[in-house]
Design a protein around this ligand. Sequence first.
Ligand code: PGA
Length: 415
Amino acid sequence: MKNYRMKKSKIKNIKAREILNSRGEPAIEAEIETNDGNFFASVPSGASKGKYEARELRDKDKRYQGKGVLKAINNIEKIIAPKLKGKNPCEQKKIDEIMRELDGTNNKSKLGANAILAVSIAVCRAGAGAQNIALSRHIAYLSKLKQTKQYPLPCLLMIEGGLHAGNNLDFQEFMLIPAYAKNSFSKNLEMQTEIYHELGKIIEKKFGRTAINVGMEGGFAPPIKSSEQALDLIARAVKKCGSNNKVKIIIDAAASEFYENKKYKINGKIFTNSELLNYYKKLVKKYPIAGIEDPFAENDLQGWQMAKKLPCQFIIGDDLTVTNLEKIKTAKQNNFINAVIIKPNQIGTVSETIDSSKFAADSNIKIFVKHRSGETNDDFIADLAIGIGAYGIMAGAPCRGERTAKYNRLLKLIQ
Ligand code: PGA
């Protein structure tokens, strides 16, 4: 980053509009005009959100069953825009701080994290535009992280359950991760995509045509109940493609979603946290599982204390850590995690996302940049993954435009 000098540029105007996300819910697109052109950003939305995430502002718009974003749009145009006009978009941190101060809450609930993040990402694009460099490179400069030569490993979603699918599978996601970092990004993507298509054929043969419909993130959602069934189906597809030993599995249990009264309910059975730990241990022994995301609920710290006993490579925090620097620090101090999910809309600004990623990278915590279930076609997280030197990217299945947009952007950046 030696030749990087901050260029002069000015924000002339900020507009916002309502668009639709991949679930057909309203989302925000922000547009920033500078002397270098117009820069856009839109923000996604989660379904299985962590309790401690920054808050989206949704109003009681009758058209959208109380999920409107008109108030958040108004906040951009009437409250944020006047304060940012004339500012240099290269000064990301300063601009994000202005928005945080204007909001004044610790979870961005006044102006809305959806309003603030849409502007923050558009500012980041305008900064890259002013410098006339790729967004990923601009993010790398802002993060001042030592760049690795390795691109993020694609972790493609194969099977969905939990809140994301109309089946009875309790765990939310079954993803693949390349077993070796040696292959190129495109080779890894190709291999996993072939497995995905093979899996579709196996599911169709076993359960019929209606079983190959997909969930919110493009993963198959067959009518199965147990994790073992999901893992067996994936194992068959991997074997058929001759990819044994080339891929491993990451499970996103999203355990907060089946945690109630200090117990976990899986497949109709009740588990204590230590019973759940034993169940995970059994799965890890039987299947090539590289990591488990949110194995325990965000408030079950006793469970998280046990997570280090899991005999797999990655214990990943998501609802536990919500891209929040303080929460990641606490998880690290307690030795709960060795890997973390980074989702910009959990925290609400680009600079805070970068600060959290920086701490993770400096603490040897592996970073997985991840999408949300209600996505837009914005591919910012692809540039982010490269800019912060993420270990992996989880952007869903190789299916549905809002998911493939991220992988396709990475293919472009890598060339
Ligand atoms: P969500 O899902 O976006 O619905 O909250 C979380 C995830 O995919 O990790």
